[in-house]
Design a protein around this ligand. Structure first.
Ligand code: KG4
Ligand code: ZN
Length: 348
């Protein structure tokens, strides 16, 4: 089954074709990142306008790359269904993807499958990069993005039991807000990772910078990052108005350590209690190398052994491949008049 996925929940405009939920035929992502870098963040109105311009070319390119677009592109492509992100996200952005998908579904007479963006992220782990088996259930999912930090037990396709969540800011949000304070370029998360590279243990010890690991002994599976953000601000103020590049690097390093320690500690504790068959990492923050390394190191000693799934970096941040993959396993098409963008959708 060939599914065309469409994703426009934030500032990306993405389309992809995936076969049977696993085989990636094409994935195209256009981003207004460069424009938003000038403003230091996303301006929803501007993001939506850019998406409106790029949605049709992006879909056309994904279909062409997968060899499914007829030369006469008024003719329907050879896909079996269309899947679209309906939320959560920015309303103006979501509407562009949803309304385009509805129009194409009607014009091409294809079923339309509405997809929750958060569920979509998780299915990046079903797209095959090798011959390895897909994740087995129950799967413990750590979903960490710009707006969400959730630990969830996935008991089957589309079945989620929440274990814990952030009580305030999301992990990605903490990376972003602190990156902005450091004067790093947008998007901040990957630049914090870059700034922290090459910092030695000696330099960190000499810097005296130590940030808290909030809720690490709370006995539940919740996260909290707003106190960490405040501690970061205080540490940054102590360094004065013009911190040297070494001080900036040390702060970035310690922030990354604190966020990833919090995420890994809770994931490991949940794995010990729930004994899942697999552990699945998802969301934009899953692109972070230190998080990937720590999770790999800490889960490799679990008994009984648990297989860890981490998507390739380009499938962690927003794209339409996981939307198409997710639709194959959660194939519930709806009539177009019942499909609506919902910016506040949650996982369960
Ligand atoms: O999933 P995503 O692409 O969009 C949302 O659905 O929110 O996640 C974006 C988040 C941003 O907060 C971004 O800073 C963070 O993921 N991120 C990273 C890295 N790459 C993206 N955070 C830390 N390290 C990275 N390498
Ligand atoms: Zn996302």
């Amino acid at each position: 089954m060939l599914i065309l996925g469409i994703e426009t929940s934030c500032d990306e405009t993405a389309a992809a074709v995936v076969e049977n939920g696993t085989l990636l035929h094409s994935s195209v992502v256009a981003s207004s990142q460069d424009m938003h870098a000038k403003y230091g963040g996303i301006i929803p109105d501007k993001a939506a306008r850019e998406q409106l311009k790029s949605i049709i070319p992006v879909i056309h390119e994904a279909l062409t790359l997968s060899g499914l677009q007829s030369t006469d592109y008024r003719l329907p492509p050879k896909v079996d269904a269309i899947a679209v992100t309906i939320g959560p996200g920015l309303i103006g952005s979501l509407l562009i993807g949803v309304e385009t998908a509805k129009t194409l579904a009607l014009a091409w007479n294809k079923p339309l499958i509405p997809i929750n963006h958060l569920v979509g992220h998780i299915y990046a782990n079903w797209i095959k990069s090798s011959d390895c088996e897909p994740p087995q259930f129950p799967a413990l999912v750590l979903l960490v993005s710009g707006g969400h930090s959730d630990l969830v037990l996935m008991t089957g396709h589309g079945k989620f039991e929440p274990l814990g969540s952030t009580r305030d800011d999301a992990a990605g949000e903490c990376f972003d807000k602190c990156g902005r304070v450091l004067g790093l370029p947008y998007p901040y998360g990957p630049f914090i990772e870059k700034a922290a590279e090459g910092v030695s243990g000696k330099q960190i010890a000499a810097s005296n910078i130590k940030l808290p690991r909030p809720l690490s002994h709370s006995g539940d599976y919740d996260f909290s990052f707003s106190g960490l953000k405040t501690a970061f601000l205080t540490a940054h103020k102590k360094l004065g108005h013009d911190p040297s590049s070494l001080a900036t690097s040390c702060l970035a390093y310690e922030l990354q350590e604190a966020i990833t320690d919090s995420l890994v500690t809770k994931t490991l504790a949940a794995a010990k209690e729930y004994k899942p068959k697999s552990i699945v990492l998802a969301g934009g923050v899953a692109a972070n190398k230190i998080l990937r390394q720590k999770l790999l190191a800490s889960t490799s000693h679990l008994q009984p052994s648990v297989k860890l799934y981490i998507p390739p970096t380009k499938l962690c941040t927003d794209n339409a491949a996981y939307i198409a993959a997710s639709a194959y396993y959660n194939n519930h098409p709806l009539p177009i008049n019942q499909i609506e963008a919902d910016p506040s959708l949650t996982l369960s």
